[in-house]
Write a protein that binds this ligand. Sequence first.
Ligand code: ZN
Length: 361
Amino acid sequence: MPNHWTLVTGMYEEDHGIIANKFWDPVWNKTYQFSTESEWFNNTEPVWITAEKEGKKTGAYMWAGNEATYDGQTASIVIPFAYNAEFEDSMEVVVQWMAEEEVDFACLYTDQPDSDGHKYGPNSEEVKERIKAIDKVLGKMMDEFDTRGLTDEVNILIASDHGMTDVNSSKMINLGAYIDFDADIEWSYLSAIGLIIPKPGNLDEVYTTLKDAETTETHMKVYRKADIPDDLKYKNNRRITDIVLVAEPGWLFAKSATYKTSLLGNHGFDNKNSDMKTTFLARGPDFKCGYTQDAMRSVDLYPLLCELLQLETCHSSRGWTNNTQNLLSIEPCIPVAGGTVISSTVVPIFTLIFFLTTKLI
Ligand SMILES: [Zn+2]
């Protein structure tokens, strides 16, 4: 969830405030958990609202936060998230938006191969088969754009909000061996990171206990909020808890030795780990053909979208246009119609995310 909002705002979690899939707001005294209410998303304007304000028509398909209003507005067309939606059906609707509804910008999220990756593991045969199936749908989408004469009119950007790494129930960090959750902890969220709010007056004791545990639990790092490394961009927000735990990639936090995860794949680990990285693909009239470059960051996508949509009132962001400028074509480049954009070889891409924009005038 956090990176969904990063992709459409160009801001880090500590800026936009969606700091995890579940978190506590100490001022509102409320827990967020995959909520869709506007108040949680109102800190930073998403690109579709800016586009709407500038007279563009936008659509947001199953995108986290798309139902939330910002300054009383949403995208012109909003399709709420639904589990197990058929990707092919979703894609057909979005192609129709671009072809018939005169939509200038569309974003689409699908929860595969993320769901299969969690269930079967990122390197499983099931995930490979799912990627092949998705590849076929993408090929059909390209053909559809070609049939409708839109191949040189629509830019297609394919991204993901995370990679994925293998996890299993033998790699659990049992925090219950060190702290009593009932007696010492007010609120916690445990996954690849641990967000810990000790009971009033317990902060120093809980921190010292967990810090001491680092010597035996070598697969975790324990931080006081003030000491969270700056490169994580995860500190300056009231929702980030006073104690933050970071698991080594592949390890998960648990409250007790009896808790066993059913997952075989997960994400949310430090993004310096190569398994957390993912793929970005783009094709269309405003992109170079056959060009590859070094990694860009999730925050860099927002200024690129602003440029493709020729928006004049985008807010300043943490993204750099230097990281995406070279992707854009100087000379007109007409992509070859049809075909596939992802080969049947497995690429580390999880949860497919699409942005479509009409071409620059
Ligand atoms: Zn996931």
